[in-house]
Design a binder for this molecule. Structure first.
Ligand code: 5GP
Length: 122
């Protein structure tokens, strides 16, 4: 499937929609989720046009992959949640209920995050 240049995160990257920025570098932008699921809930997105984890892992350059993963670590440190711990999560496709078709990693922290997975659809 072709990357949708009008998805909401593409608009945030172009500055057409505001975000509460946490970190930005050559490879990634990190900002607070609009509907936080934990006291800290930040999204880290690569700057390139990748739809999902599958797309990013297959097509991004080594530099983009390394830069992006380093940015996720930087965000954890910057948010002050490295010591107590945090969870990262990336949804890919239908079964994960991925909503926005621009690859992103969720960073959750600020409380005990409980067990790993929610319940499936009834
Ligand atoms: P997904 O389900 O695709 O993994 O997660 C998409 C996330 O993007 C959701 O947690 C949702 O709250 C967040 N989100 C959707 N639209 C916006 C927006 O316009 N701004 C921000 N900051 N987050 C958004």
């Amino acid at each position: 499937m072709a990357y949708d240049t009008n998805n909401i995160f593409a608009k945030i990257l172009r500055g057409e929609i505001p975000c509460k920025k946490v970190h930005e570098d050559e490879f990634a932008l990190a900002f607070h989720d609009i509907n936080p699921q934990a006291p800290i809930h930040v999204l880290v997105i690569p700057k390139g046009p990748y739809e999902s984890m599958a797309d990013f892992s297959a097509k991004a350059t080594e530099a983009e992959i390394a830069g992006f993963i380093r940015a996720v670590g930087t965000v954890g440190r910057q948010l002050g949640i490295e010591t107590n711990g945090y969870r990262i999560l990336a949804n890919h496709g239908h079964d994960s209920r991925q909503e926005v078709p621009h690859f992103h990693i969720h960073v959750f922290g600020g409380r005990d995050l409980g067990s790993m997975l929610g319940k499936p659809r009834a």
